[in-house]
Design a protein around this ligand. Structure first.
Ligand code: SF4
Length: 229
């Protein structure tokens, strides 16, 4: 008879199983929303990613890395988006031999419509108190960062990896962090997962910022601030 996994591993597996069930609902949400826009979830994910980088455009390799798919799969999705008039392919301004993908006005309209859709997952999250939502946001940030450090996902535009982020720069427990980009204090609830103004900090700066952020457990999760960078 096989020995049961140690308790810590059992808990990790239970968490994974729970996340798997939530992901199943999120996938169903994605199919519903994507279907309403005449797309599939991969195309929606690609379009949303491109929309967040409208000023420079984005290369196919970056889209594939973000989606966690192969380059041919990303190429197929982009070709479908171009056929539907939601994106264009242009010469990359930094390298004329490379292709840059840009969103069209029609693509922006689709992304806006998708953003307005309320999903079953969001309705469930609304059942959590603001303190619980803050706690969950911190845990998600920690998990995403751990995945990023492990190389399991492409670098994300998180506050905690941004050169403009100064954790616990203020004594105000509701808005302890500071964004140098907008020169404003902000609280846990405003920590970004995908900020258009993000610029990756050097590795040493990221490590120091993360230690400072994590040492105080990313601020007290139950406290909410009002400023949003
Ligand atoms: S809000 Fe944006 S620019 Fe400011 S620290 Fe966060 S990621 Fe950086």
């Amino acid at each position: 008879m096989t020995a049961p996994p140690p308790p810590a591993q059992q808990l990790t597996r239970r968490l994974r199983d729970g996340l798997d069930r939530i992901c199943a609902v999120m996938r169903a949400d994605q199919w519903t929303i994507a279907g309403a826009a005449g797309l599939n979830p991969t195309q929606v994910h690609a379009l949303t990613f491109i929309a967040g980088r409208a000023e420079k455009g984005v290369r196919v390799g970056a889209i594939a890395a973000q989606l966690g798919v192969t380059q041919p799969t990303a190429t197929d999705s982009i070709a479908a988006l171009v056929r539907k008039g939601l994106t264009t392919k242009e010469a990359d301004p930094d390298d004329p031999r490379a292709v840059s993908i840009r969103i069209t006005q029609g693509g922006r309209d689709v992304v806006r419509g998708i953003g307005l859709a309320i999903t079953a997952t969001e309705r469930a999250l609304e059942m959590l108190s603001p303190a619980e939502q803050n706690e969950l946001l911190l845990l998600i940030i920690k998990t995403i960062r751990a995945l990023q450090v492990a190389g399991a996902i492409a670098p994300q535009r998180l506050c905690v990896t941004c050169k403009y982020f100064r954790p616990h720069a203020h004594e105000d427990h509701r808005s302890p962090h500071h964004c140098d980009y907008v020169d404003a204090a902000f609280g846990v609830e405003a920590l970004r997962l995908d900020c258009a103004e993000h610029e990756a900090a050097p590795a040493t700066h990221q490590d120091a910022a993360w230690r400072s952020f994590a040492a105080a457990d990313g601020a007290k999760s139950g406290e909410t601030g009002s400023a949003t960078p």
